[in-house]
Design a protein around this ligand. Sequence first.
Ligand code: 0XW
Ligand code: MG
Length: 368
Amino acid sequence: MRISEIHIYQKDLPIVGGPYTMSRVTLHSVQTTIVKMVSDNGIVGWGEVAPLGPVYQPQHASGARAAIAEMAPGLIGESALAPLLLSRNRDGLLTGHNYAKAAIDVALMDMIGKHYGVRVCDLLGGAEQERLPGYYATGIGSPEEIAELSADKVAQGYRRIQVKVGGRDVNIDIAVAKKVWEKIGGKAQMIVDTNRGMTASDAMRMSLACRDIPFAFEQPCNTMEEVASIRHQISHPIIIDENAENLNDVLRAIAMGVCDGFGLKMTRFGGLNAMATVRDVCAARSMPHTCEDTWGGDIVAAAVLHIAATVEPRLLEAVWTSGSYIEENYDPENGINIDRGYFNLPTGPGLGISPDESRIGERVESFG
Ligand code: 0XW
Ligand code: MG
């Protein structure tokens, strides 16, 4: 089986109930890129990548499309059954741009699964569980607003709440954490995520002021070195998210002993196969982690669920998808939706979803 066509779609995803606010960025809409890959025997594989705007990470939507267009001509005619060889082929066509390469990798795994009649999780080693815990990420807000929202989400079944802070007077963030814990303490795990938004001194001040609240501190500072500088001065476990841009960063963070876990975004590493390697490195060092991505619809969500299903349950912190903020599923029948705080792993071959082409935006470029 060989790749015969690659089509690129562009779609704006307005944020339902938005804007989505974090310490460095406020978003009203996110642009996603969808890849449709067709084999010479007519099998279709779907991929997707949706950077969280141009500021969250060194990624952006038009960059993803340009990178995919740069590689596409060199992928036509290549085997559609050899993900490792195709990954090396992509690296020979374009250096870096893992996020864009991820869309190709996901489409390929969808195609391979459909060819053999197995699910993507089976191709990635097998599913440990079919029902996966989700988590809810609040935006930046007032103590009362975020505490009420967190309590509401716990009542809906979530057992992990990520509270966004940073980019403002740290005293307000401290007040938010205390108010939220009053509401959800003992009922759910609490994560405080600054999205690179605090100085080392503010992060230390927040940890000291909240030393009686057992939250995990996610990406407390901008760089891994700044996080390392507070690592032994705070009383909260540390999660690295944005600083884990590739496998080497994960290895460096583990070697530096700078964190107690990771927020792992599938597209950031280059796709499902690359993320499976990171999964195994984390397992070797008993490093818990989430499985998630920046944004995206059913295709990204399904891909994240399939890799999450293969993680040892003791190490899978939770799964995050942006489904709660998106108007409609790409697949009206088997779209990915959270159910009382948990996701059900798709059952069909490949990703287990069939996007309706009327729901995936405008086709902007085709190859093959
Ligand atoms: C909560 N998320 C997974 C959603 C947004 O992409 C940001 C991200 C995070 O943890 O920073
Ligand atoms: Mg994060």
